[in-house]
Design a binder for this molecule. Structure first.
Ligand SMILES: [Zn+2]
Length: 279
């Protein structure tokens, strides 16, 4: 008789990471984490996650929520108006972001910014306008950008090429594309961030692409609470789970997991200009 079995899922500590590394993209200020942030930070530390990039979805979220991380100097910040929110963008947002970056050394990159043609709730021309304005701001501030591009690779690449971003510091967040798209990103001198879905069995296209990405250009992320990797797929994602993504990428690259983890962490330090936890 078929009895519903409770799945015994591996814990992130079981991956065996032995050096602190970097999870480059989390949304820990969302409601999903309001109940248990201290436990989440503890599990991240115990699993080998030494630094976490928290992504604030616009200046309002930044001002409201940055205080959540007052006791966690290992968290650094990204700030940008997400394409899905660009309908509510106002010109003052740029001034507000400029002031924030000048005042707060924990802010390391403008992002996530870009285009989302999957959720087309905001007209494309509005998304593009808000995207371009934030590219200009990042250039002025001299900070890297993190790109969100969903069902919009072609147009995103066009805009970045037109804006002269080739060769400038750019991270393609949540990469799920094919080998050809990866090559185009790499050819511009940019970095690629690998999220949890690379662990899914049927995701051969992204797995093949990951094999093709040079080791010195990749970083790892969760995009939590979304995109949970195996074996926790279906549950809420959290920073500790990035080590499962590391294990899969290491397997694809034919490396030992700690070796891969160290390379990706070094890349993240270089890309985001991270030094120690006090900056
Ligand atoms: Zn995100």
């Amino acid at each position: 008789m078929a009895k519903k079995k409770k799945k015994n899922r591996a814990l992130p500590q079981s991956v065996g990471i032995n050096i602190p590394g970097v999870e480059t993209h989390a949304h820990l200020d969302l409601e999903d984490f309001s109940e248990d942030l201290p436990e989440i930070m503890q599990r991240a530390k115990e699993s080998g996650v030494g630094r976490i990039g928290n992504v604030f979805l616009g200046p309002q979220a930044y001002h409201q929520n940055k205080g959540l991380f007052a006791d966690y100097p290992e968290v650094f910040f990204l700030l940008g108006v997400h394409p899905n929110d660009s309908g509510e963008f106002v010109e003052e947002d740029i001034e507000s972001m400029r002031a924030a970056f000048k005042a707060d050394p924990r802010l390391k990159a403008v992002g996530e910014i870009g285009l989302d043609f999957y959720w087309d709730s905001v007209p494309y021309d509005v998304q593009e306008d808000v995207f371009r304005k934030q590219l200009v701001l990042a250039e002025e501030l001299g900070v890297p950008v993190a790109i969100h591009s969903r069902d919009a690779h072609e147009r995103t690449l066009e805009i970045l090429e037109e804006s002269g971003w080739s060769g400038k510091p750019l991270l393609w967040h949540c990469f799920g594309g094919d080998t050809e798209t990866a090559k185009r990103i790499i050819d511009h001198g940019w970095y690629i961030s690998i999220p949890g879905p690379v662990t899914y069995k049927k995701n051969e296209v992204a797995q093949e692409a990951v094999k093709s990405i040079p080791l010195d250009r990749m970083v790892l992320e969760t995009d939590c609470p979304f995109l949970t990797p195996e074996p926790w797929r279906g549950k809420r994602n959290e920073p500790a789970f990035v080590v499962f993504t590391a294990a899969k990428v290491a397997e694809l690259k034919g490396l030992e997991v700690n070796e891969l983890w160290k390379v990706c962490s070094d890349n993240a330090h270089r890309f985001f200009n991270l030094r120690d936890c006090s900056d």
